[in-house]
Ligand binder design. Structure first.
Ligand code: ARG
Length: 482
């Protein structure tokens, strides 16, 4: 809408619908600075739904005749069609989505002038935005399920594959690749739960609260709630028009989701580097270098990681915008939309692209197994063996095995090759039974604690998730066209 705003700056607009008491037309720069239609028009579908419900309610309380209601419905149908076909005459001079619709509906039908009875853009925008957030939560949840499925799918494809687990980015203990991937499935599950909580908080109807103090008209808010599918009705008209907690909660849940996606992206970036060499990303999702012909860069993953920053930026902008506002509605609140839309677009895009990348990823089995078979990853297993078989106190056992590792390191040999006589200097129990422990695959079968990567438990977890995700309902994804 850049061109439009230039036009606007030089034109000066018509008298606005709220212009009854004004003698002068708004300054073109006022219109340019305050307009929100360039972005809030994205809410048109939810807004029209709200308008239909409002007309129906007005009819039911006798403030519109059946004919007038039908006229309004017809006008709204036409408007919806025009918007979808791209022929709707959006105008920045009309400030926002609400005024654009009202002006057009008024042009189409006389009954339109009755529709705003008892209603304010304050309760309207809050209602429409809540509807949008509710739908968008559905879309995000469905993409979270999609990414969880991709993670489980990759885990299933390489069910028995070992990988070193890391702490401090230093090899620590062997795990299964699937176990590592399932850790992300758990994180995403918490994100889904937070979004479901947020859905509960969003599912409250503000409409019927007027500008801030309800109405002298006999508005039927219960009917509105039923028609629009809200679970609850806001109980305080002042809170109803000034509450943006649901936007903050959604954006906040998305910050953490973004952090999880960023961490996943970082793991995948590391794994796809030559230094790790665990993973080959699908070519269609990598880019070359303009200078270095050999390069294949994980740009998508880097952007997923990078975009997590703007999610936090959006949250901070929102909370800061709200912090000092007096009751009730203030125009500052219009600033919520772009942050909200940007957050939704960012998480939806990141979730989608990550799922597709994982579906096309190839794991280098040899490289993973080679790395996971490093015997020093089993030093902790040796300590625990001394504790459980020989009754050595843990801290003493830790010291013995530490020395054993040092002896192998000094000689530049693998722990598994440390001669018995040499090893006995550090640990009197050093010998074949202990050496036999130094096999990563077998070590996993000794890991019996709940939540540990025992191959049987990991397989059970994969199957459990597969069943669960198979069952997960997939809410519609059409909320964010605009
Ligand atoms: N565009 C406005 C927003 O998004 C709509 C509400 C405006 N209300 C008003 N009284 N100016 O917040």
């Amino acid at each position: 809408m850049g061109e439009d705003s230039e036009k606007l700056a030089s034109s000066g607009g018509p008298k606005p619908l709220w212009g009854g008491r004004f003698t002068e037309k708004p300054h073109p720069l006022f219109l340019q600075f305050t307009q929100s239609v360039s972005y809030d028009r994205r809410l048109y579908r939810q807004e029209i739904t709200v308008w239909r419900a409002y007309a129906q309610m007005l009819e039911s309380v006798g403030l519109l005749t059946g004919e007038e209601r039908a006229e309004i419905f017809q006008g709204l149908d036409e408007i919806e069609r025009e918007i979808e076909q791209g022929s709707f005459p959006w105008s920045l001079e009309r400030e926002d989505l609400h005024m654009n619709l009202e002006a057009e509906l008024t042009r189409k039908t006389k009954a339109a002038s009755k529709l705003h009875a008892g209603r304010s853009r304050n309760d309207l925008v809050a209602t429409t935005t809540r509807l949008w957030v509710k739908e968008t939560i559905g879309s995000v949840l469905s993409r979270i399920r999609g990414l969880q499925k991709s993670l489980v799918g990759l885990g299933m494809r390489y069910k028995d594959l070992l990988l070193p687990g890391y702490t401090h980015l230093q090899r620590a203990q062997p795990v299964l690749l699937a176990h590592h991937l399932l850790a992300y499935v758990e994180m995403l599950e918490r994100d889904a739960r937070r979004l479901q909580d947020c859905l509960m908080g969003t599912d409250v109807l503000p409409l019927g609260s007027g500008a801030l103090a309800g109405s002298t008209l006999p508005l039927d808010r219960k009917l509105l709630a039923r028609l629009l599918g809200f679970r609850e009705i806001a109980r305080n008209s002042m809170d109803a028009v000034s509450d943006r907690d649901y936007v903050v909660e959604f954006c906040s849940a998305c910050v953490l989701l973004g952090v999880h996606l960023s961490r996943l992206a970082e793991d995948l970036i590391l794994w796809s580097s030559a230094e790790f060499g665990f993973l080959r990303l699908p070519e269609g999702f990598t880019s070359g270098s303009s200078l270095m012909p050999q390069k294949r860069n994980p740009d998508v993953l880097e952007l997923v990681r990078g975009k997590s920053g703007r999610l936090l930026g959006n949250l901070v902008a929102l909370v800061t915008m709200l912090k000092g506002l007096p009751m009730t509605y203030n125009r500052d609140m219009q600033e919520d939309k772009e942050r909200l839309f940007d957050t939704a677009d960012t998480v939806l895009g990141s979730l989608q692209v990550l799922a597709l990348m994982l579906d096309g990823a190839e794991i280098d089995r040899n490289q993973c197994e080679r790395a996971a078979s490093d015997p020093s990853l089993l030093a902790t297993d040796l300590v625990e063996w001394l504790v459980v078989i020989h009754g050595v106190p843990f801290r003493h056992a830790h010291g013995m095995i530490g020395k054993l590792v040092a002896l192998a390191e000094q000689r530049g040999i693998s722990l598994a090759d440390l001669p018995v006589e040499v090893g006995k200097e550090a640990c009197p129990f050093w010998g074949p039974p202990m050496r036999e422990l130094l096999e990563s695959k077998k070590s996993l079968f000794r890991r019996q604690t709940v939540g540990a990567p025992h191959p049987k438990s990991v397989e059970a977890e994969l199957t459990r998730w597969q069943k669960r995700l198979g069952r997960a309902e997939r809410p519609s994804q059409k909320s964010d066209e605009g």
